[in-house]
Design a protein around this ligand. Structure first.
Ligand code: FPP
Length: 255
């Protein structure tokens, strides 16, 4: 069912929504099915959530599709996940183009098998001019690895005299991350009830609101996303300030 967004949610939408898609394996296990069937169902959820996010006007959607740690899963499962990713990119290209969605990837993309890399780069190139929404896939991604990579690139710039140590601050550091031109996530959703970040967007998540649901990713849907957005729309984001300061700012009475 196509849902219209209530006004109070529409006016408090996260600009950047990030999702830790968890629970595909448990979804399959509950049904005595192989894990890959859970991932396949999870890919259908990806489609539904991308469509809803685009329709509702979310500008950035980051999905944790494959972590650096996921390489240590059985080869059969890793191969199946890589196949699912390629199939998704091939199948959805027209949808991405038609809806002006730019596809991007963050992570150690060079770790991916060449066949997946080729499709990924092709999709990224063909959608690069799209501006309505950015769909960012975290692939072979780890937050600590991203921070270490940024530190390495930053120190090379210092060595080459392009940057002075005195100019290193939170903003200059951010410019070395994969997400240098992406606003920090306002809301991070994690499905299947686990209460952790699992190495996802560690630097960027400093002030993100967290929403954890017991729903397994293959069962997550537009309605579940609406519940998360409803919850988020009622939160007060203080960024370390007091509640009174935030109210004064909203009413324009801040001194
Ligand atoms: C976590 O569930 C999920 C993953 C490791 C992969 C996520 C992949 C998809 C949703 C499908 C393909 C992606 C795209 C973008 C088309 P889990 O296997 O860890 O579940 P469990 O904790 O219940 O075992």
């Amino acid at each position: 069912m196509v849902q219209k967004l209530p006004d109070h949610i529409l006016h408090n939408l996260p600009r950047h929504l990030a999702i830790i898609m968890d629970g595909n394996g448990r979804w399959a296990k509950k049904r005595f099915l192989p894990r890959i069937i859970g991932h396949r169902q999870g890919a259908k959820t990806v489609k539904e959530i991308v469509t809803a996010a685009r329709r509702w006007g979310i500008r950035y959607l980051t999905l944790y599709a494959f972590s650096k740690e996921n390489w240590s899963r059985p080869k059969e499962e890793v191969d199946a996940l890589m196949d699912l990713l390629s199939e998704y990119l091939q199948r959805e290209l027209d949808e991405l183009l038609g809806n002006k969605i730019r596809l991007r990837a963050i992570g150690d993309i060079e770790d991916l098998p060449p066949r997946v890399r080729t499709i990924l780069f092709d999709t990224m190139n063909r959608t690069s001019k799209n501006y309505e929404m950015q769909l960012i896939l975290a692939l072979s991604y780890g937050g600590r690895a991203e921070i270490a990579r940024a530190a390495k690139r930053l120190s090379l710039d210092v060595l080459q005299g392009k940057l002075r140590p005195d100019d290193v601050n939170e903003n200059t550091f951010k410019s070395y991350l994969y997400t240098s031109d992406v606003p920090d996530p306002d809301l991070i959703i994690r499905t299947s009830g686990e209460m952790r970040l699992s190495n996802f967007l560690l630097y960027q998540a400093a002030y993100s609101e967290l929403y954890i649901t017991d729903t397994l990713w293959p069962d997550f849907n537009e309605n579940e996303l609406l519940k998360a957005l409803e919850d988020y729309s009622r939160r007060e984001r203080r960024f370390g300030k007091t509640s009174e300061q935030i109210v004064l700012k909203c009413t324009g009475n801040e001194s």
